[in-house]
Design a protein around this ligand. Structure first.
Ligand code: IMP
Length: 198
């Protein structure tokens, strides 16, 4: 069964392909001429749905789109859907991290540092939403960046039950417990019946 992942991020495509396994011919936007979709939603679910539904009008098979980010409780859930551009449209991961640590330090030195990564994956076909799947990983924000792996806010996020940040943990561990992995596994469970029917 053909499945298009609405991303140009080869890492995301590989992760989805690995978890879904054989039975799905997974491709992404790098191999299709499809217009960009503006992420104008107020929630991860809205953005993922917007992307999946819009792109599924240009592609005959199943389309999945994801949106994800970090929610920090002491910042009222920020950066949330603005995670990628928290410190500005062209901001680097380092600038986003600096802004977040600065904002937390200004509130109150011992402010609650609980946070979570959230990922929502939307599944659509021919302009119709078939479902959304959410994965969450709870954790805390460190005082300083630690670890060299990963991307985004990985160096300042310690998942519950671990001592190291996502950037300090081996990739296999992160990919097992991450918000994205959880959402993909839920998607996989819901796609399995389609595969056996297809
Ligand atoms: P998107 O879902 O690819 O648009 O991700 C939005 C932003 O959220 C990224 O640019 C990162 O800043 C942040 N983010 C999402 N998932 C992760 C993660 O697994 N680690 C670190 N940062 C993440």
């Amino acid at each position: 069964m053909d499945l298009l992942v609405a991303t140009r991020n080869a890492h995301k495509t590989r992760e989805i392909r690995q978890i879904l396994g054989p039975g799905f011919a997974v491709s992404d936007l790098c191999s299709h001429e499809i217009p960009e979709v503006h992420e104008s939603g107020k929630s991860f679910e809205e953005n993922a749905t917007l992307k999946a539904v819009a792109i599924s009008k240009y592609f005959p098979g199943l389309v999945v789109a994801d949106d994800s980010g970090l929610e920090v409780d002491a910042l009222g859930g920020a950066p949330g859907v603005f995670s990628a551009r928290y410190a500005g449209h062209e901001a680097s991961d380092k600038q986003n991290i600096q802004k977040l640590l600065g904002a937390l330090a200004r509130i109150e030195p011992r402010a609650k540092r609980s946070a979570r990564f959230r990922c929502v994956i939307a599944l659509a076909r021919r302009g119709e939403l078939l479902g959304t799947f959410e994965g969450i990983v709870e954790g805390t924000i460190t005082e300083q960046a630690r670890g060299l792996r990963g991307f985004g806010y990985d160096p300042i996020f310690i998942p519950c039950g671990f001592q190291q940040t996502f950037a300090g943990l081996p990739a296999e561990v992160k990919n097992r417990i991450s918000h994205r992995a959880k959402a993909i596994r839920l998607l996989a469970a819901n796609l399995a019946p389609l595969k056996t029917r297809g």
